[in-house]
Ligand binder design. Structure first.
Ligand code: FMN
Length: 177
């Protein structure tokens, strides 16, 4: 673990989307820790309505690599396909909102934090043909593909950069909207 990234705030300050990867494999023990972080996340009513397909060898990655629109993602040594199972999720009674995608997103966010702590770069890839991913990986019909997460060592050194974000004053409403 990179000691300089131990601080939670520093970790999320440093995290940024990585869209190209070095030719360096992810150590199996690191991948194992990322997998553990996925299963450890909180979820509504602890339903854990998630599944994750881990593609960490050439054969696995090759099943979906041609679906990426950016070449850099094809060089990621690990891809994790994050899936939601709405049938397993908690549903809010007052408006019937199904929480499966929220729960999957929480798990993935924790995993991305863990990957950052491990010195790895990640990118959340939503822009991919989810139906094709399902077919290629044998994902059951009732399961929804939320995202593919590309993971690996960044091709370029991570620099501390200012984030392009809305000012806090624009998004926080104290007391009332
Ligand atoms: C839900 C979600 C979907 C995203 N989908 C894509 C994507 O399909 N392709 C891509 O290159 N980046 C994607 N990203 C990365 C965002 O573009 C990125 O998080 C945003 O521009 C902020 O930059 P940062 O992550 O470097 O802080 C996605 C991020 C999120 C949270």
């Amino acid at each position: 673990m990179d000691e300089s990234l131990r601080s939670f705030y520093d970790l999320y300050e440093r995290r940024k989307s990585i869209r190209d990867f070095a030719e360096r494999p992810v150590e199996p023990e690191k991948l194992e820790r990322l997998i553990i972080s996925l299963g450890r996340a909180q979820s509504a009513a602890n339903r854990q309505p998630w599944h994750f397909v881990v593609l960490s060898d050439e054969e696995g990655r090759g099943r979906i690599n041609d679906l990426f629109t950016k070449d850099g993602f094809m060089r990621a040594p690990v891809l994790i396909v994050a899936c939601a199972d709405p049938a397993q999720a908690w549903v809010r009674k007052t408006d019937n909102i199904n929480y499966s995608w929220v729960d999957v997103t929480i798990a993935v966010t924790e995993m991305i934090g863990a990957a950052t702590a491990e010195g790895l770069g990640t990118c959340w890839v939503a822009a991919i043909d989810a139906e094709a991913v399902k077919k290629r990986l044998g994902i059951p019909e009732k399961i929804e593909v939320v995202a593919v997460i590309a993971i690996g060592y960044p091709k370029d050194e991570l620099k501390r950069e200012a984030k392009t974000r809305k000012p806090v004053s624009e998004i926080i409403h104290h007391g009332k909207w």
